[in-house]
Design a protein around this ligand. Sequence first.
Ligand code: FE2
Ligand code: FE2
Length: 148
Amino acid sequence: MSNHHSHSALEHEHEEIHAALHRALALSGETGAAARVLATLLKPHFEKEELYATPALSVLPEVARGQVPANVREIATATETLKAELSQMLTEHVAILEAANRMGVAARQEGQAEAAELAANLKHHALVEEEVVYPAAVLVGEVLKCRV
Ligand SMILES: [Fe+2]
Ligand SMILES: [Fe+2]
C-alpha cells in the first residue's frame, strides 16, 4: 500500500487494519466469512484514500506553516479527485461499517476477540476520516489554490 510519499499515519493505520483483517480471513465460521466480505470492500476503498487523500495529508504541516510544497500540481489533482469521489467514498463507509458490524457480531459469538476489536477499530477509523482526514485533505487543496 505504500507509495513514494512519506509513510503517513493513514497508511500506517491501513497496514494495521490489513494485518488484523488478514488474520481474521484465516478464521473458519461466520467471523471468517464476514471478514472475506469486508476485505473485498476495503481493498479498493483504501487504495482510493491513499491515492486521493495521502498527497494532501503528507504536506498538511507544511501548508499549515504557510509554505507551498514542491508538488502542488500533483496534490491539486489528487484533492480534486477526492472532492469528486467524496460522496461515493462516504457511501463505501456505510457498506464497510455494515460488513464490519456483521463481523463484530459473529466474532463476539465465536469468541474471536481480535476480530471483534478490528470491527470497533474500523468504526473509529472511518469516523476520524469523515471528521478530520477527508476535510483536511480538501482544505489543503483549497488553500493551495490560493497560494499558487
Ligand atoms: Fe481508511
Ligand atoms: Fe475510509
